[in-house]
Design a protein around this ligand. Sequence first.
Ligand SMILES: *Cc1c(COP(=O)(O)O)cnc(C)c1O
Length: 433
Amino acid sequence: MTTTSFTTTTKAQEYIALEDQHGAHNYHPLPVVLAEGRGCYVWDVDGKQYYDFLSAYSAVNQGHCHPRIISKMVEQSQKLTLTSRAFHNDQLGVYEKYVTDYFGFDKVLPMNTGAEAVETAIKICRKWGYEVKGIPENQARIIVCGKNFHGRTVTIISFSSDSGARDNFGPYTPGFESVPYGDVEAMRRAIGNDPATIAGVLVEPIQGEAGVFVPEDGYLAAVAEACKENNVLFIADEIQTGVARTGALLRICGDCTCTKTCERQPATYLRPDILILGKALSGGAYPVSAVLADNAVMDVIQPGQHGSTFGGNPVACAVAMEALQVVTDEQLILNARTLGTLFRAEMQKLVDAYPALLKLVRGKGLLNALVINDSPESDTAWNFCLALAEGGLLAKPTHGNIIRFAPPLVISEDQLLEACAIIGRVVKSMAEA
Ligand SMILES: *Cc1c(COP(=O)(O)O)cnc(C)c1O
């Protein structure tokens, strides 16, 4: 070990032991046990304060326990929590109008988790393929990208290229074809190969889990165009990139800083045929996901063909409306953009000063990654994150040697600079050890 390692107190160890003994071992968390959160800070069971630079994988864009969101949640929870969709409720329609107006689509289908929303999009896309496009029975294909992350259900992991996510979970759902991410020609070839059976293309506008891979400018536009030319649905999974994270309302908005999805800049705003949202749609307060599309697509779904007991419940609706209104009122798009530029500039200084330890920084808005100059199998990034935790900042390696930095978008400039200083101190101590 080259650096101060993280000290886990006896108290924290007791909680960790409980999880270890009674919970399935499907995660490998850092040895920190959190008990409270507010804004861009969290506190562990011993009262130690940290900057949260993961934000629950970008679910907590509005900051931990945002008072307005929590207050709406409490208020609605005391009135009515669940009706199922067997009956109407007085929040659902209001929310559906709000969210479709906010993102500029005719209709929404409300679900709970991200994976469910992706599954929903796949079902809608296939049904559209058969009923509108006229694909012969059971022949619909959807093109996806290598190194994708769209969730954990059997169908979704069927088209994952991550062996850990996929191995020994077969037999896999057929009907998906993978092409390398960011490769326009490969995408065009895949679509051009029997376009009559291709129902859709599913992409992440930036691949977050894969390590914050930002495609070249023009990639998404070219994919959207190829879809349009071949009557194929362009499906954007913005579960991690959406809701202001990358310095635009949606990543597909490009450089447009409008607070609502707009058509003022048609050159930069690529409108997907199906938009998938989750995570920060609720500000991390509650599981809320959504699939948005226009009538021509969404109307293929009729009563009894899809649903969820909790999807569109009154608490979810009230929470999501408030969470989106907070994004607008607190100008989180602008903050993510401005502070993202500052963050990358600060990290670039470190990359320039310590090239033996750091390879590069990349990202958009406040979705960024620092790539460690070591193999993915090394424990350098893990030790780096332990040292960051010791210094008061939480982040987690992805794919071995990549560290994602994604603080809540409510972070201030002073707080961001303080966080950068913590990272700088750790870099220095590791590089010079
Ligand atoms: C997190 C994520 C999902 C899955 O969301 P869950 O709520 O964990 O099911 C899907 N797609 C992307 C891009 C994500 O980041």
